[in-house]
Design a protein around this ligand. Sequence first.
Ligand code: CP
Ligand code: NVA
Length: 338
Amino acid sequence: MRKRASGVRAAGRPGTGLADSKDLLTVAAIPAAHVARLLEVAATLKAVRQRRALHQPLRGMTLGLLFEKPSTRTRVSFEAGMNQLGGQSLFLSTGDIQLCRGESIADTARVLSRYLDGLVIRTYDHAIVDEWAREATIPIINGLTDLCHPCQALSDLLTIQERKGRLRGLKLAYVGDGNNVANSLIEAAAKTGMAISLACPAGYEPDQRIVKEARAEAARTDASIEVVQDPLSAVNEADVLYTDVWISMGQEREQSRRLKDLAPYQLNERLAKEAKPDAIVMHCLPAHRGQEITTGLLDGPQSVVLDQAENRLHMQKAILSELLGRPRRNPSHAGRRP
Ligand code: CP
Ligand code: NVA
């Protein structure tokens, strides 16, 4: 039987936000203390869920999801999470609203801010979520852009912490395309004091500006960020092995070039032998078995990919609690811009 939660301490406090910003657009923009708080709240909410206890701080609120790319995990975990927190969700595909007939982001953002309490955006160019965040008065959450995937990386921190008992001092090796997932993992490592070593072929390196800014953050947290071309050197003595698809959404026309260039960067048993014997294997999913990762590793005893998928739910509930649950300065959204 479902019971009302009692003693939901960390998660029970009103949300404090994630910094001065009302939005979650990148991991880099979240102060380290708020990342630590998100991990604490997510772990508490996970325990609440495991007890099947009710905790509904977002009753009466509505979360919109506006997706220009497909999604299984991000969409379903945000929608289920919002329901579990007592709120409701509304999925909006761009083809069904007036955006597809040329209505501006600015007008749409200002209108949706009058109906909704938060909005998750999945899109292509990162500048689009920046524009939404500028124009909307409600929290905007980045549900993946071509540049980064912050909700994935934050959820992955929870999985790593659960499995390894800590983050600081661990070595994460990422092998493959230096894409949106890699970029957010770099920011997450810099924020939490992990060493991250990425092996990417020439031309597939992570975003240079993200690497530069993460190195500045890493100097404050004792993290390190290394980008190399040799997968063997990246995985050496790693605690965590991570890979992602070689063809991200929107890159379908580059398929044949990418398959050829990235072929030497498959995460496989030969590479895994160079990592620590208790290394965990991670992939944000969806995966292409036989391309970026072997079936043996993805489905083997070291794999934590289903925990990763589950932890999207708990971490995103923490994000929603923090961003939507904080007291509003201006609940009617009135008085800012038209
Ligand atoms: N990992 C991830 O974001 O999955 P979806 O594309 O299914 O949301
Ligand atoms: N890099 C992948 C991640 C999917 C969750 C993509 O952008 O398609």
